[in-house]
Design a protein around this ligand. Structure first.
Ligand code: PEP
Length: 249
């Protein structure tokens, strides 16, 4: 039985003092959830957020990392740095990083491998554009993204990865995939994992949906058999996040 995971992606929002305020507001409301909860915050907020949440089961994650261990990579952050501050998750390959910061399937795969080596839990994002959706090549595109992300990763390590299916046309637009469409893509991703590995790996890996998830649509999405939670952007920045986390209360 897969446990649901609700991950908030704050993107480039919240200074450390604002982060403190938001986490203090949400902490007691989400800490006893039966679902796994992760706050994926800007690098500059990791320290304060990890400190506030250290006595709880709430996890903290970064939104990106570099795939080298250390060295002359100005402006980059390593897996060790993220781990050392107390975080244990990292988002990899978000569509905004693919679109604006030249993230490729190859760098996604390198980062996933490094995150696993350093015992960080990667949340790997895949998803099709509006044009790919309209020309009906979305599913093929997403399947290729999954295959590239898992290249040379053992079945045992694959289970440490969470996949987030995030159609690009649904991110930050208020336009959510229907429950049935989100389910169909998540099922196709699970089938792709079964093709790469085996049915047991496919059955046990967590697959999230992301794209304008709110408290008003979360319950329907989470009722779908292949949707194991959500990666939440906009609604993770306010009290709606608590309602999403506690959707089943
Ligand atoms: C995201 O940032 O991954 C996301 C899904 O954003 P939003 O929920 O705002 O669409």
């Amino acid at each position: 039985m897969r446990k649901k995971l609700i991950a908030g992606n704050w993107k480039m929002n919240k200074t450390p003092s604002e982060a403190m305020e938001l986490v203090e507001l949400l902490k007691n409301k989400v800490k006893d959830s039966e679902n796994d909860v992760v706050f994926c915050v800007p690098f500059i907020d990791l320290d304060i957020v990890c400190d506030i949440l250290k006595e709880t089961d709430i996890h903290v994650g970064a939104q990106n990392m570099y795939f080298e261990d250390k060295g002359a990579y100005t402006g980059e952050i390593s897996a060790d740095m993220i781990k050392n501050v107390g975080a244990d998750y990292v988002i990899i390959g978000h569509s905004e990083r693919r679109a604006y910061f030249a993230e490729t399937d190859e760098t996604v795969n390198l980062k996933v491998k490094k995150a696993i080596e350093k015992e960080l839990n990667p949340i790997v994002c895949v998803g099709e554009s509006l044009e790919q959706k309209e020309t009906k090549i979305g599913l093929d595109f997403v399947r290729i993204q999954v295959k590239c992300a898992f290249k040379d990763i053992s079945p045992e390590d694959a289970l440490k990865v969470t996949i987030a299916y995030e159609p690009i046309w649904a991110i930050g637009t208020g336009r959510t995939a229907s429950n049935e469409d989100a389910q169909a893509f998540c099922k196709a991703i699970r089938d792709t994992i079964a093709e790469i590995y085996d049915s047991s790996t496919a059955e046990n890996i967590r697959i999230l949906y992301g794209g304008s998830v709110k408290s008003t649509n979360a319950k329907g999405l989470f009722a779908m058999p292949d949707i194991d939670g959500a990666l939440v952007g906009g609604a993770s920045l306010n009290e709606d996040f608590e309602k999403i986390v506690n959707y089943n209360k």
